[in-house]
Design a protein around this ligand. Sequence first.
Ligand code: NAD
Length: 332
Amino acid sequence: MIGFFELENGEVDLVKKAFPSAYTSTEQLRETDFSSLANCEVLSVFIYTKINEEVLRKFPKLKLICTRSTGFDHIDIDACKKRGITVCNVPTYGDHTVAQHTFALLLAITRKLIASTKSVKQGEFTPSQNLRGTDIHEKILGVIGTGRIGKNVIRIAKGFGMPVVAYDVIKDEKAAKEIGYTYVTLDELFAQSHIISLHTPMLPSTKHIIDRAAIKKTKAGVIILNTARGGLIDTHALYEGLHSGHVAAAGLDVLEEEASSKEEKQLLSKQFQKEIDYRALLLNHMLIQHPNVIITPHNAFNSTEALQRIINTTIENVQAFQSGTPQNTVSS
Ligand code: NAD
């Protein structure tokens, strides 16, 4: 028996198509499910269902847990190991999605898209001086973090004819040669880039990687993009940079203190709760109101295709396990 929990309505049909006899629920796995589903051999959950020793004891036949997330800290991996239960995750789903959103922000800024469409809607069909944009062709892009998303951003940048410099603690020189970008020091990146785009995880080493001192090292007129995590930028420093005019514009999909969410899909959930930090709220409000700032609501991952990939990969994870060739295992 297969049990899928915490599904969205649209996902139920996809699961039913792949596994017609599966038990499907839009709710979390509850204690009331335990006795009726005791024969379950496969469980698929999102991050709100905590799977610990106590839960595992109720499913003596369980062989596989597929979490529909990248993170798996809601599952007691040691307890699964002890019981010989394989755990699979969805390691990637939005590498291109987030990279595309990064360029949506950049083009919206450089081509004054929001002001232009507003002008037309107000009946002003004139290419006026205040709607004049800037080219990104031949502008130097500095990418901080050349992982999966960072590399896709660079690939797109190359299509626009942008020279790219990059900084990462782990240099992928092979990719740099193949895609055509150059690793430099962080200070060199700050000094050379017309546009800086952030693609590192939130770590103690990356917190406020863009702070007052960093902004001082950047070119006057720099554009800063952040589709990674809000904490990579010191919001106050960014606001000061914008206010002084040194930073020409910012395109942000994430804000500092927006939330401590670990999973993008968590943001779509009703259960997502925010703890309010009023200073951060005020600064975020000031940024939102700033004419040279474009902010999207942590929406970079939120494409039909990315969400479909999450459910498709999970279905494939179950099928691969059933055919004896498990994939995306984080524990077996
Ligand atoms: P990844 O793990 O593939 O790449 C991260 C890169 O950052 C790695 O190359 C790593 O070496 C580098 N890095 C780590 N510490 C560094 C440091 N101190 N200085 C410089 N580089 C450092 O990750 P990814 O899949 O490319 O994702 C990048 C970020 O995007 C993550 O933080 C992720 O949370 C965020 N993200 C945002 C959204 C969204 O909807 N806005 C969606 C998915 C991912």
